[in-house]
Design a protein around this ligand. Structure first.
Ligand code: CA
Length: 426
């Protein structure tokens, strides 16, 4: 049996060079066919197609997999029940799908009727939020981002003394997390502009994106239980692109002393496909050196970062589009294993489907900053768009598109995209 990650594998489904979804990826999502939005089910992306796992199950292709104790999980509207079957079930499923799609397996390849039942063109389907999210935590794990924002908000004291000792985070709002394609409404709220003695109320004038990657909890814990750094990755199902929409004027006025609230909870958006840690295994890399040394419960061995290239594009209503940021997931000071270990060290329990987002991922170079706040330095240095307009913060009608992919030795494991348009305030 050839392992699903083998770089030499190829599928009988034609996958163009440098495509996000080759046979080595096989990310999981929830889709419905057009005109049938309530018939949600589990799918896997392969090239420009979606493989319908409920139909794969219907045809008995999973029947001999002892790890898959319940095939009804593939007919569910969220991935949570599938994820709950455990890591061995995810691996067995991914392996079986890989076998069915390998170029020398005639089972589906040579059966046109079966292909019609099992495969749908991605452009013909609607993607949905892949998991039911009970809780969402947002970390703040990029040293460059924390330093940039800190130096704008508190020039004398950019980095708080705790920052290099623990992965700082806040508990966000799960109810307003939406999938790629969902329009985002410009929020209204209270702010206090520098020119005004008193706070004002109105539509935010500084709506921003934050380039982040989120991991999906794949194994729950009991209240009181902690997850060690060594165990942490076994509790992660996979990764998504995450846009943490932010209203900077609201945020700036409200954040003291308890941190983010209405400047953040009006919307976050995610890419629809969850890329497994197994698919990303070839892209492990070293994290930045942590100095001073962290406490023992945060110490780790081996490579726990992943080399994932990240891009942000802004498309104006005119159609003019510009690449405004190129960053990398590996820049993060704190890795996912440390984040999860810290999150649970006090006995806080986690549940399947919970999201933990990385925080804005900025690098050292100015074009790698993961938010407009940093890229335009608070709106002072606008970005010139191809249509001649100036981008300081997001304008009504702008679409933010985030893309991510890992690429090495001809193998590319991509995330697709999270793309959402900003609509005017109501
Ligand atoms: Ca954030």
């Amino acid at each position: 049996m050839i392992p699903a990650n083998h770089p030499q594998l190829r599928s009988w489904i034609e996958v163009p060079q440098n495509h996000d979804f080759p046979i080595q990826n096989l990310p999981f999502g929830i889709f419905s066919t057009r005109g049938n939005p309530n018939n949600k089910r589990v799918g896997v992306a392969i090239g420009d197609y979606v493989l319908d796992l409920s139909a794969v199950a219907e045809h008995g292709f999973f029947n001999d997999l002892v790890e898959l104790t319940d095939l009804s999980v593939f007919y569910e509207s969220y991935l949570n029940p599938f994820i709950a079957l455990g890591q061995s079930a995810w691996r067995a499923t991914r392996q079986r799908i890989s076998e069915l799609l390998q170029h020398d397996n005639p089972t589906i390849r040579d059966n046109a009727d079966l292909q019609k039942e099992l495969l749908f063109a991605q452009k013909e389907v609607q993607m949905h939020l892949p998991v039911q999210i009970g809780d969402y935590t947002d970390f703040y794990s990029s040293l460059e981002h924390a330093t940039n924002v800190g130096s704008m908000f508190r020039p004398d004291n950019p980095l708080f003394p705790n920052w290099k000792h623990l992965p700082v985070a806040y508990h966000g709002r799960a109810s307003s997390i939406v999938v790629s394609g969902t329009p985002i409404r410009r929020p209204k709220g209270q702010s206090k502009p520098d020119y005004s003695e008193q706070p004002i109320f109105g539509a935010s004038r500084s709506v921003d994106f934050e380039l982040e990657v989120a991991f999906v909890i794949g194994k729950s814990t009991e209240l009181g239980q902690s997850i060690s750094v060594q165990e942490a990755e076994n509790h992660i199902f996979g990764l998504l692109l995450f846009n943490d929409w932010s209203a900077r004027d609201i945020q700036k006025w409200e954040y003291m002393p308890l941190g983010p609230f209405l400047g953040k909870n009006f919307a976050s958006s995610v890419s629809p496909w969850i890329v497994t840690l197994d698919a990303l295994e070839p892209f492990r890399t070293a994290s930045p050196k942590q100095e001073p040394k962290v406490l023992p419960y945060l110490q780790f061995e081996g490579d726990k970062a992943f080399d994932i290239q990240l891009e942000v594009w802004v498309r104006a209503e005119s159609g003019a589009e510009k690449l405004v940021c190129q960053s990398n997931f590996k820049y993060l000071y704190w890795n996912m294993a440390q984040q999860l270990a810290h999150h649970t060290v006090n006995g806080c329990n986690v549940n399947i489907g919970d999201l933990c987002a990385s925080g804005t991922i900025s690098g050292k170079e100015p074009n790698s900053f993961g938010s407009l706040l940093e890229l335009t330095w608070g709106g002072k240095n606008p970005i010139l768009m191809p249509d001649g307009s100036e981008l300081r913060f997001l304008r009504d009608g702008d679409t933010v598109i985030m893309r991510g992919y890992a690429q090495k030795n001809g193998l590319r494991i991509g995330f697709g995209e999270v793309a959402n348009q900003l609509l005017p305030a109501l």
